[in-house]
Design a protein around this ligand. Structure first.
Ligand code: SF4
Ligand code: SF4
Length: 278
């Protein structure tokens, strides 16, 4: 028995869209009988890459979240289908039968992740198959995973303890994209955007000149983190909890500590933090 999955590392994804294009290349105009009908020209994103704009000027960031079908173990799309038109294979992959599903538009609306698309011409719901046709032919990877230049996507069998994905899943804090949906998604993530706080440090009398190599300590939310400013005097703490109280203490030899308190009801730009001589 297998449980195929994709582990998506959002920290590594640079938004190149190679995975989306590889998926298009595999499925646009190509029928895979028993697995999927050809993807139409427009309107279908079996591997979406969502852009999330975060923070504000002058410390904005963009995070990218690749989003295929989650191949849920409690899949509402299976429940919504008639005549077994959507089913889970023994390896965990959820398939929409391209013959049985004809005319069943209700399947589209059953997916809380919104990853099923309606082909009006074929009257067919369609989605990611984790490239089941390739795997059954002996290929090792789905096209999206194969195409990722930075290994942000890791495919494998969660039930094989020697697989890379099983080892990563055991050692990293993985999570579902939307655990509140309660669908037990096989596709898992690391590094999903939470909150970040950023700022820059300068010395009094030299405002505007950066202070590199300065220690910045963050505490709050039961955590204590430490970093140093970069060559521009900038620092950043990523992955902070939402709606939590934090403080940072900036300290350098010969200068008085400067403490700043803030809440993470949104991403936070702490602005310029000035160190004064003792
Ligand atoms: S993500 Fe949506 S389409 Fe995929 S298995 Fe879950 S409910 Fe079905
Ligand atoms: S190919 Fe990899 S890096 Fe590029 S968008 Fe997809 S997951 Fe991100």
């Amino acid at each position: 028995m297998s449980r195929y999955s994709i582990l998506i590392d959002v920290n590594k994804c640079n938004g190149c869209f190679n995975c989306f294009l590889a998926c298009r290349d595999e499925y646009f105009g190509n029928d895979y009988p028993g697995y999927s009908a050809a993807q139409p020209l427009n309107g279908q994103f079996w591997m979406q890459v969502q852009e999330i704009e975060r923070g504000e000027y002058p410390k904005p960031k963009i995070s990218y979240i690749p989003k295929p079908c989650m191949h849920c173990e409690s899949a509402p799309c299976i429940d919504a289908a008639k005549d077994g038109a959507v089913y889970r294979r023994d390896d965990g992959i959820v398939i929409i039968d391209p013959e049985k599903a004809k005319g069943q538009e209700a399947i589209v609306n059953a997916c809380p992740y919104r990853v099923i698309f309606w082909d009006a011409e074929k009257q067919l719901p369609q989605k990611c198959t984790m490239c089941a046709h390739r795997l059954d032919e002996g290929e090792k990877l789905p096209r999206c995973v194969e195409s990722c230049p930075v290994e942000a996507l890791v495919f494998g069998d969660l039930d094989d303890p020697n697989s890379q994905i099983a080892k990563l899943s055991a050692s990293l804090a993985t999570e579902s994209l939307h655990p509140e949906f309660g669908t037990d998604s096989l596709v898992q993530y690391v590094g999903l955007p939470k909150r970040f706080a950023a700022g820059e440090v300068v010395y009094k009398g030299n405002e505007g000149e950066c202070a590199p190599g300065v220690k910045v300590t963050l505490s709050g939310g039961g955590r204590k983190l430490e970093t140093v400013t970069d060559i521009f005097g900038d620092f950043e703490f990523e992955g902070l909890d939402k709606n939590e109280k934090y403080q940072v203490i900036v300290s350098a030899d010969g200068y008085a500590d400067n403490k700043v308190e803030f809440s993470t009801y949104k991403d936070v730009n702490l602005g310029e933090i000035v160190l004064e001589g003792k």
